[in-house]
Design a protein around this ligand. Sequence first.
Ligand code: C2E
Ligand code: MG
Ligand code: MG
Length: 675
Amino acid sequence: MARNKREKYYKKIKNASLWGPIITFFIAMVAGVLVVAGVGEVITYYVVESKFISEYAIVENIVAVYESDLSDSDIKSTVKSMGRDYIIVDKNDKVLYSSGENTCSFKGGELSYVGDNGKIVAYEDAKNPAIDVSNTGMVFLSLGNFMNFVESDKTDIGIEVYNYTDYDIDSKIVSFAMWVESRRKSSDNRSIVKSEIIANQRDVKALVFLMIFLALAYIGMLTVLFINAIRGVLKQRAIAKVYYLDDITMGNNWRYFVDKGELRLKKHIAARHSYAVVNLVFVNYRNYCVCHSVEAGEELLKIIYNILAGAIKTGSKELCVRSATSSFALLLNCESEEEVKIRLDRIINVLENIDSNHKFSFQAGTCIIPKSVNDRGMAVRRKKLNLEAEYNNACAARNAISDNTESGISFFNDKIVEDQRWLDIVQENQIKAVKNEEFKVFYQPKYDPRTKELKGAEALIRWISPEYGFISPGKFIPIFEKNGFITEIDHYMIEHVARDQKAWLDQGFKCVPVSVNVSRAHFAERDLADQICKMIDDAGTPHNLIEIELTESAFFDDKDAMVYTINRLKEHGFAVSMDDFGSGYSSLNSLKDMPLDVLKLDAEFFRGEFDNDRGGVVVSEAIRLAKLLNMRTVAEGIEVEEQVDFLANEGCDMIQGFYFDKPMPGDEYEERMNK
Ligand code: C2E
Ligand code: MG
Ligand code: MG
C-alpha cells in the first residue's frame, strides 16, 4: 500500500513537469488558431463583408430589372435611378447601350470571374482592377475565404470573387470594383452592371495590423510555451535522476532497486534463471563513524559501493544499491546456493581488507528466487514477484546470524520463517499472558547428596497458554531477554515465589530457600536490590527463604553494575548464586570480581560420558575453588547415581537434577517439603 502511494506520488511529480507544459502547448496552439481566425472573421465582417452583402443586394436588384419584362428604355431609366454604370451588349459583344464610364475588362476579351451556375458572369474593372497586385506600396489582404460569400444561396445567381485584392495605402478608401453580367430571357443581349464595394481604408489598415499583432502574439506565446515544454522534459529527467540517486554513493538507490529489479525479474527471459537477493551489512559502520567521523564513514560506504558495483555482472541484469545506512541490496544471478556463497565469500573477503589499518566485518543474508518454469520446463513470468518481500527475507536471514560482530553469510529458509512467526506470537501475547496468569511457577528441588535431604529449590517458569499449550522457557526466555520483557518476568516470578513461600510458611511447611532466576540484563537497574526487597517485604517473606540466581545473558556484561547490585542484595540478606558456572559468561573471571554465595555448576559438566579422569577433575577442582571462596555449590542436571555419589564424595552441597526430581507445580512441591 505504502509502495503504491509512493509510486503514485512519483508519477504525479514526474508527469506534472512533463505533461502539463506539453498539453498546455498543444491547447494553446489550437486555441490560438481559433482565436486569431475568430477575431479575424468578426472584424473582417464589419470592415468589408457587410459591405459586400449590401452591394450584392443592389446587383441582385439590377439583375432582376433585366430579367423583368420591362422595355429597354424602362430598364435603362430604372437602372440609372440605381446610380450604376452599365453597358448592354449584343451576342457579338457590340455595345448597344451604355451609361457612365464603360471600363469593363471583357472588352479585352478576358473574362476574369465566372459564376458557378454559368448565368451570371463577373468581369474585372479594367481601370480599377480588383485583383491587381502588381503595384508597389500595396498591402496584400487575404480576403478569399470571406469573399466567397457571394455564393448563390439566395438566388441562382452566383458571383465568385476570391483570392487577393489590395488597396492603395495613400487613399482613404478601398474599392473593389467589378462588372456583373446578366442575360435577358427575351434576347441574346447581355446587360453588364458595374458594382463597387467600398471599405474604409482606416478600418482595413486596423484590420491588417490587428491580424499581424494577433499572429505575432500567437507565435510569441507558442514560443514561450514550447520552451516551457522543453524545460518540463528536462526537469522530468532531472527528477527521475534524483529519484533514483543515492546521495552518499552517487549510485542508484533503494527505489531503483525495487522498481527496476522487479521489472527485470518479471520479464519472460529472466524467469529462466534463479536469482539471489542479498542484504549485505557493513557491521562496523557506527563504530567507525564514532571513532573517525560520519564523513569518513560515508567515504567508506562509497568505496564499498564501488567494489560491489564492480563485482556485479551488469550485462546479466544484476543490481547493486545502498538500501539503508550501512546496508546494501544486491540482486545476483545464481545457479545454486553454493555458487552465491562462493561469490559472497569472495566479495566479503575483498571488503574486509579495504583498509589495512582496520578489520571490518560484513554480514550477508540471502534469499533465493528460484527460476519460474512450468511442468514442461518452459519459462513463465514471475507475475506475483515482490522484490521488497524477498529483500525482507534476506534481511531476516541476515538477522539470524547469531554473532553480530563477525562476518558471516546466511540463507533464508523455513526455520527462519518459523522463528519469526514464533517471535511474533510471543511478543503479541506476552503482556496478555502476564495479566491472565498464564505463566506458572514450577519448583525443582535441590537435595543434599549425602543425606538426600531437601535443601532448597529453584523456581522455573512455565507458560501454559490456552492457545499454544505448554511452552518451555527455552522458547520464550531468550526472546524476552532480547526485547526487555525479561524484567517483567523476573518481577512476576519473585512476587509469586515470595507469596508461595509466605503461604507455605503460614501453613507450617518446613520451608527451604527457593532460588529465583534474574536475568543479567536486569542487573543494570541500579535499584534492583531495593525493588526485590520491597516485593518480598510486601509478601511478608523472610529474606533467607529467597535466593537470587544470576542467569546467563549474552546482552549485558557491565561488571561494575552487577557487583553493585550483588552487594546491595547481600546487604538485604539475600543469597546470590551464579547460574550455569562454566558456560559462556559465567567464567572464572566473574568469580574473581563478584562476591557470590553459591556456585551452580553447569549441567554441561555432567552431559554425555561423564569422564572421571578429566570432567571429574574439573568438577572437583571447581568445588574446591568454591569452598576456598566461601561459596556453597549446587550441581545442576544430575541424572545418574554415579554422579550423585561422586558429588557427595567431592563435598558438593546440593544436587538439582532429574535423578531426584523434575521441575514440578507448587502443590506437588508441597509434598516434597512435607517429607
Ligand atoms: P537454569 O536456570 O539453568 O535452569 C535449569 C534448567 O535445567 C531447567 O530448564 C531445568 O528444567 C533443567 N534441568 C534440571 N535438571 C535437569 C536434568 O537432570 N536434566 C536435564 N536435561 N535438564 C535439567 P528449564 O526449566 O527449561 O529452564 C531453562 C532456562 O530458562 C533456565 O536455566 C533459566 O536460564 C531460564 N529460566 C527458567 N525460568 C526462568 C525465570 O523465571 N526467569 C529467568 N530469568 N530465566 C528463567
Ligand atoms: Mg537457574
Ligand atoms: Mg542453570
